[in-house]
Ligand binder design. Structure first.
Ligand SMILES: [Mg+2]
Length: 169
């Protein structure tokens, strides 16, 4: 059970104290994507996220995205953010974490794992002996109004009986 206990639990990545990490000689961040950086399956990068990543990089942090998702979205997001990435990571298996360390040229004691899932992100990080940070999933953090608007959009879109230019038979 100790392997499922994160070293730190914060609401979102924006609550992570980067100076605290530096004080622990941590300068590499292995980050989950879905529900940690973006809502589930979203390829949008918010201004807030873009700024945070740039800020962390300016502070000297190396970042590698580690996702169990397929190549397409992972690659697109990583290129947009200017960071390294690993897709089909099969977290919590150790191999992809080691690969992330190799990419960043670091050892486990200089890296932190950041993610929203205990059984994948955190467990894998703990097995590697890394510092682990759990965040609340973005979807649960989202303002309820946003969820209602999304649902409404979906309903309206799906219910639209005819496409553009089509007429009722
Ligand atoms: Mg996730």
């Amino acid at each position: 059970m100790a392997k499922l206990q994160p070293d730190l639990h914060v609401k979102s990545i924006y609550d992570i104290d980067l100076d605290m990490l530096k004080n622990r000689s941590i300068y590499c961040l292995i980050m989950d994507i879905d529900n940690t950086l973006t809502p589930w399956n979203s390829s949008d990068i918010s201004d807030e996220l873009g700024k945070w990543v740039k800020g962390a990089r300016d502070e000297g942090f190396k970042i590698c995205l580690l996702s169990n998702n397929g190549p397409k979205r992972v690659e697109r997001l990583s290129v947009k953010l200017g960071v390294s990435y690993i897709y089909n990571a099969a977290k919590p298996r150790r191999r992809s974490y080691q690969k992330a360390l190799d990419i960043m040229g670091a050892t486990y004691d200089h890296a932190a794992v950041i993610g929203d899932q205990l059984l994948t992100d955190i467990l894998g990080g703990k097995r590697m002996g890394m510092f682990t940070i759990l965040v609340d999933p973005i979807d649960e953090r989202e303002f309820i109004g946003t969820k209602i608007m999304r649902w409404l959009e979906k309903v309206l879109f799906n219910r639209r009986p005819f496409g553009k230019g089509e007429t009722r038979p």
